[in-house]
Ligand binder design. Sequence first.
Ligand code: GDP
Length: 203
Amino acid sequence: SLLPTARFATTVAKLAQLPRDGLPEVAFVGRSNAGKSSAINALCQRRRLAFASKTPGRTQALNCFALGPEKLDRPLALIVDTPGYGFAAAPLEVKREWDQLAGRYLQVRDALCAVVLVMDVRRGVTELDRALLRWIRPDVPVLVILTKSDKLGRAQQRQALDTVEAALREARLPNPVSLLAFSSTTGLGLEQARGWLEAVLGE
Ligand code: GDP
């Protein structure tokens, strides 16, 4: 599997600084505090690969992690971690910066081959999530992971899955969308998420 080979590659604050070698990229997106960093670290079996940014988007950047055997002279794929969005206290300027960087990345990046949307299971699909999903090119598959599912009982998990599934159906996205209950703490959904990632990366 490619995921355990993940290592830091580069941080960019502008799209023009992204690598030009056309490697397939999988982007991780989510509201701040949704559990995105924890999910990346769990999927890659690394303790501190991705870091949560605790300040409302102070230095917004795309963090790229390389995947593939290190002995090759170039990676096989990249994970692109986008800044969390939806900070309640974020000034308009921060929102604009997010749109300019991560938003534009989702819309224009040719190398983007899949998106993982990390959502707190207790929060559901918000208007911001819907707006973001509409930016993703229609052919790009999306995996929605409802993380922190360990905080809910079985019945509540089922209910959350049903609610999100209905909201996604209502959004009528052209993209292939998959949905998964997930927990970085217990490993719920971890193997399915890894399987999905390996499939989109053509492993
Ligand atoms: P990010 O801002 O989206 O990167 O979120 P983090 O990964 O930093 O997680 C935010 C908070 O939620 C942290 O306190 C994590 O420990 C906690 N957290 C993340 N994932 C899970 C999970 O699956 N289960 C539980 N119980 N807590 C989680």
